[in-house]
Design a protein around this ligand. Structure first.
Ligand code: C5P
Length: 237
């Protein structure tokens, strides 16, 4: 069965406070998106990676793409769900409804390929698919308007969603279309599947699969990539 990868990269990264969108900031001798694509390209058996881009993205043509895998681009939308749906539509003639589609944030360059393989193994017999996620370890607070604590939230069984999120192509299309039609605010693909009555599988991933959101996340990502390289070198010794 074919595996397709969608990388939503059409965000402008307002929280980063940088003129260059965060997916194009330098990281480990490449850009954030370059690192992410090279990681994804090392997944065995990939049919294609589709990257959803902002309509005014002028950085993409300069990006060094990974060799050995087909990478194409499509225009993203004003919401992440629309960007992912556009990418899915660009695959409509090739991807079968039962094929797996992995959606991975452009700004998660530290994802471990072995964990993506675990995700795919764990969801093999699942009715819709699943996602990498990490159980929440800190105490959670809700903030009031004045900036004080309004409540302490129970954290039992609360997980933080990451990516990749992998779903059957047909179901994902149906779920995203219905979320967009309803005007539902969804921030990941699993939420769209939940809205149409599915319970995606939570597959435990590593906390180092960080999402680059704030400037300090870039320094952290550099440290994580260096630590992962040392780990790989030790394992090869
Ligand atoms: O904005 P946020 O950090 O949630 O974005 C997560 C991912 O979704 C990023 O890779 C971003 O480029 C992408 N995105 C997109 N289209 C949008 C908004 C965000 O592809 N309209």
């Amino acid at each position: 069965m074919a595996h397709w990868v969608i990388v939503p990269a059409a965000g402008i990264g307002a929280r980063m406070g940088s003129i260059t969108p965060k997916q194009y900031l330098p990281l480990g001798g490449q850009t954030v998106l370059g690192q992410t694509l090279h990681r994804l390209a090392s997944l065995p058996g990939l049919s294609r990676i589709v990257v959803a881009l902002h309509p005014e993205d002028h950085f993409w043509p300069e990006l060094e793409l990974p060799a050995g895998v087909s990478v194409s681009a499509c225009e993203g939308g004003s919401q992440r769900s629309q960007s992912v749906l556009n990418a899915l539509q660009s695959l409509q003639d090739e991807a079968g409804d039962d094929d797996w589609v992995l959606v991975h944030d452009a700004v998660r360059p530290c994802v471990r390929v072995a964990e993506i393989a675990t995700l795919l193994r764990d969801i093999a017999g699942h009715p819709c698919g699943g996602l990498l996620a990490v159980p929440v370890s800190s105490t959670l607070k809700r903030r009031d308007e004045a900036g004080n604590v309004a409540a302490t939230l129970p954290r039992e069984n609360v997980w933080q969603a990451a990516t990749p999120q992998a779903f059957r192509a047909g179901l994902l299309r149906h779920a995203l279309e219905s979320a967009l039609l309803r005007g539902a605010e969804i921030t990941d693909e699993a939420a769209a599947l939940e809205l149409v009555g599915y319970s995606p599988r939570l597959v435990r991933g590593s906390a180092d699969n960080i999402k680059i959101t704030y400037p300090e996340d870039l320094d952290l990502a550099e440290l994580i990539l260096a630590a992962q390289q040392r780990e790989t070198a030790r394992a090869a010794d």
